[in-house]
Design a protein around this ligand. Structure first.
Ligand code: GTP
Ligand code: ZN
Length: 355
């Protein structure tokens, strides 16, 4: 099984039983997961404990890439009984009133940030995706797609490398095949690569090209050139040369949520500057000895990058606060329902009296 390592085997060991097996989630549709196990693909509904955990905390719902414990029942049903601990997880903030975390995929080794070269990508958007990727615990790689549509792919890639010096930046095209061999080599026959990005940038096309077959439906771009939000799939696809790719659904927006460590990696240069300010609690305004203000003044730090860092910091902090509030509310709900259950049932008591 792709990516099954010693640590996963060790966390499965206590669950091993004659009616149990370990598998990897390749896809989830409303309470049913497709799970690849040693003996093939299973459709597994979620067991009671998994359902209860997911209701309490949406981050605990199974997602593509998860390792899980399957149970086979005498009537041939298969249930997903338990999720094994995640090694890495790509998590974003979901929009809307019920703001919460959504785990996009788990246990991936690399997060491919899929950003089209045409129209020209915004650096701020790449920084946002980088923070999400670093936060996941996996290694980011920037995949600049649709290289066949532009003549300056190498220059744009060089610009992106300047804001992401630690990360491989790869121009790609499914039309000319540019970059595909290099990306296959990075998967190296055993790693799992997740493709993450906003809708229409070419994730499904890239997955198809890597797999070499039409496994996922690629949707046509609308006449006005804007992306449509059509995809609901989320699939882990084994690659012919080994390893796997997870094509995540095209997101309209990628909200950051408690992405402290991801932001530190993405903006290492800014963090380093801020650490050199004279005062530990420098707000980088008009304090004397502010290294950030000095760097902005002499141009070593661009105003664009500084503002991008500040915006993402704020977003990450408010996402964390919302998440805390949600977890507190869920815990309180659960405690109330437990107390409710343990209290004697008034109807029962009146029945008892009547006996
Ligand atoms: N010229 C060119 N077009 C591409 C390339 N890759 C993708 N496209 C086109 O870009 C459009 C969007 O590609 P998709 O693969 O559906 O994009 P996606 O990121 O999977 O989008 P969602 O399904 O919404 O997540 C399609 O019309 C593709 O044909 C490429 O390398 N070159
Ligand atoms: Zn300062």
């Amino acid at each position: 099984m792709i990516g099954y390592d010693a640590a996963t085997a060790a966390s499965y060991a206590p669950w091993d039983a004659t009616d149990a097996s370990v598998g990897r989630v390749v896809r989830v549709d409303r309470g049913v997961a497709s799970v690849l196990a040693e003996d093939g693909l299973h459709r597994a509904s979620w067991g009671g404990a998994v359902l209860a955990r997911a209701a309490r905390d949406p981050e605990q719902a199974p997602c593509a890439g998860d390792w899980c414990v399957l149970r086979s029942w005498p009537d041939h049903r298969v249930t997903l009984e338990h999720l094994l601990p995640r090694r890495t997880s790509v998590t974003r903030a979901t929009a809307g009133k019920q703001s919460a975390a959504q785990v996009i995929c788990a246990n991936v080794d690399m997060v491919g940030l899929v950003v089209a070269l045409h129209p020209l990508p915004a650096e701020t958007k790449i920084e946002r995706l980088l923070a999400l990727a670093w936060q996941s615990g996996a290694e980011p790689v920037v995949l600049l797609t649709k290289a066949d549509l532009v003549s300056d792919a190498a220059e744009v890639a060089a610009d992106v490398r300047r804001i992401a010096p630690e990360v491989e930046v790869l121009p790609l095209s499914v039309v000319t095949g540019e970059g595909l061999e290099r990306l296959r080599a990075r998967v190296d026959g055993h790693r799992t690569l997740a493709l993450v990005g906003t809708s229409g940038h070419g994730k499904s096309s890239l997955t198809n090209a890597l797999v070499g077959a039409e496994v996922l439906r690629t949707r046509e771009i609308r006449d006005d050139g804007r992306g449509r939000h059509t995809s609901v799939r989320r699939e882990l696809v084994p690659l012919p040369g080994g390893g796997a790719v997870i094509d995540t659904p095209g997101l309209r927006s990628v909200g950051l949520l408690a992405a402290d460590s991801g932001l530190r990696r993405t903006f290492a240069d800014v963090e380093e500057l801020a650490a050199r300010c004279r005062f530990d609690d420098c707000a980088h305004g008009d304090e004397p000895g502010c290294a950030v203000v000095a760097a902005l003044a002499d141009g070593t730090l661009s105003v664009r990058r500084w503002e991008s860092w500040r915006r993402l910091q704020r977003e990450s902090a408010s996402g964390a606060a919302r998440q805390d509030a949600r977890v507190r509310a869920a815990t309180a709900r659960q405690q109330r329902s437990r107390r409710g259950r343990s209290r004697p049932d008034p109807d029962r008591r009146s029945q008892d009296r009547n006996l």
